[in-house]
Design a protein around this ligand. Structure first.
Ligand code: HEM
Length: 456
């Protein structure tokens, strides 16, 4: 186990916020079965700060579930430190990635990584993203009989990352990366990270740990070749993909990412942080729209006028109800308190976004899907944080928004999402809240009746 886990304090009800009495195995099973409902019941019972005694924590996960405590966990970096808490993901995203870097190194790294993801630069990628969406759309529409959206969206978001982050344009090279990355980032492979230490080890090619390490080695070998090729590329200075920009970047101490291992970690971190999350948001939004005909029809009508107002509101609403990232993790820097409850040093602390997003004090009728609630004044600070907040806020938010908005615009211009079965409950896969069956949707092609002229 990593340092963060070996330092974790053991359970002591006097030093932690209140917890349910049920054994750890039972609480883990309840979380897996109902990752929104179970912690909600704990919040109703204990208030906005409580302990969840579930695997893999031997103490407890301290949970924050309202806007005030969400803000504290996300922004009070002296008390709640990021980076170490992501240790569990380190073998996949790379121990040297931004996600796994604690302060003080974190801010320096972040300054280096932010410019390639700046909103103005992302806007220039819009054409590339639209092209990829249009290329993939026929495949989604062909499977209009009610298949899950998520696998399609995963292929698309992986292609976007390969194009704009790694800058791949050669189809053979793109295909090689896709072949290596798809099994590596797959749920079954990443589940290895949550297995007990000995099972996670490389025990030969047939063991889960062995498979994980081999897939990881293949991905890293490919990325290493790409870095070497890009370093030598004569046109590097004129390229605007993230890899080329990072190779040209220098941070304030005059250090550039010429350490290939660090760059490899950073690139794998970006792929993993940006691919599954965006795909899941796309799947949830189309699935929720299929089950909300009034909201769906209003959105289609608004898009047909050339507006994107309701589109942005719809994406906020789907991220409120079903945030793709379940929580932000921190560790307590010292013995402290949260919302008046004790938190021992080195305890894991999580801002549980789905709970804050469903807090009835912040969101009237919280379970209803009502995009128009986002058309009025801004919500209370830290009431809606699908991309986190503070100095660890998602650096890929603008890219994710570009992708999700482009997909929704293109899909809804061509088809009307309809239910393909009952609404799917959320399931927790690693830190992602996914639709239980991949977000099944029937896509009915739009006929002349529901196709008013689209403004450019
Ligand atoms: C809808 C899609 C996405 C969602 C919901 C999402 C959500 C988040 C959240 C909640 C955090 C903060 C975690 C924390 O505070 O510990 C985060 C961090 C991060 N995200 Fe995203 N993300 C998305 C897409 C992307 C994309 C497309 C990229 C890049 C290609 C990306 C790269 C990152 C990175 C590097 C961090 C770490 C930032 C830091 O530690 O300073 N994300 N994301």
């Amino acid at each position: 186990m990593s340092d963060a886990f070996s330092r974790e304090p053991v359970w002591d009800p006097r030093r932690f916020p209140p917890a349910a009495r049920a054994p750890r195995t039972v609480q883990t099973a309840r979380m897996l079965r109902d990752p929104q409902g179970y912690p909600r019941a704990l919040r109703d019972r204990f208030g906005p700060v409580f302990s969840l005694r579930a695997f893999p924590y031997r103490g407890a996960l301290v949970c924050a579930a309202d806007a005030d405590t969400n803000r504290t966990v996300l922004t009070d970096h002296r008390r709640f430190t990021g980076g170490d808490a992501a240790a569990l993901l380190a073998p996949a995203v790379g121990a040297g990635s931004l996600i796994c870097t604690p302060p003080p190194g974190h801010l320096r790294r972040r300054r280096l990584l932010l410019p390639p993801f700046h909103g103005a630069r992302i806007a220039k990628w819009a054409g590339r993203v639209r092209e990829l969406v249009r290329t993939g759309l026929p495949e989604l529409l062909a499977a209009r009989d009610g298949g899950p959206v998520r696998p399609w969206a995963q292929r698309l978001t992986l292609d976007v990352i390969l194009r704009v982050v790694l800058g791949l344009t050669d189809p053979a090279r793109t295909a090689a990366f896709r072949r290596a990355l798809t099994p590596f980032v797959g749920t079954a492979n990443l589940a290895v990270l949550f297995l007990p230490g000995p099972v996670r080890r490389d025990l030969g090619p047939l063991s889960p740990g062995g498979r994980f390490h081999r897939l990881r080695a293949t991905v890293r070998a490919l990325a290493r070749e790409e870095i070497a090729a890009r370093r030598a590329a004569p046109d590097r200075a004129h390229r605007d993909d993230v890899l080329s920009l990072l190779l040209g970047a220098r941070d304030e101490e005059g250090v550039g990412p010429d350490d290939d291992d660090r760059l490899l970690d950073e690139l794998t971190g970006l792929v993993l942080a940006g691919y599954e999350t965006t795909a899941t948001t796309i799947a949830w939004t189309l699935h929720l729209l299929a089950h909300q005909p009034a909201a769906r029809d209003a959105l289609i009508a608004d898009l047909d006028t050339g507006s994107d107002q309701l589109l942005k509101a719809t994406l906020k609403e789907s991220s409120r109800l079903r945030p793709a990232v379940y929580n932000a993790m921190r560790t307590a820097a010292h013995d402290t308190e949260l919302g008046g409850r004790p938190v021992p040093r080195h305890a894991f602390v999580a801002a549980l976004f789905p709970l804050t997003h469903l807090d009835p004090a912040l969101w009237p009728d919280p379970d209803a899907f009502r995009p128009e609630r986002h058309l009025g004044p801004e919500p209370a600070p830290y009431a809606l944080t699908p991309f986190g907040g503070g100095v660890r806020r998602c650096i890929g938010a603008s890219l994710a928004q570009l992708e999700t908005e482009t997909v929704l615009t293109e899909v809804l211009a061509a088809a009307v999402p309809e239910p393909a079965g009952p609404p799917e409950p959320p399931r927790l896969v690693s830190v992602t809240l996914v639709p239980a069956h991949g977000g099944r949707v029937r896509l009915r092609p739009r006929g002349p009746r529901d196709r008013p002229p689209r403004m450019s």
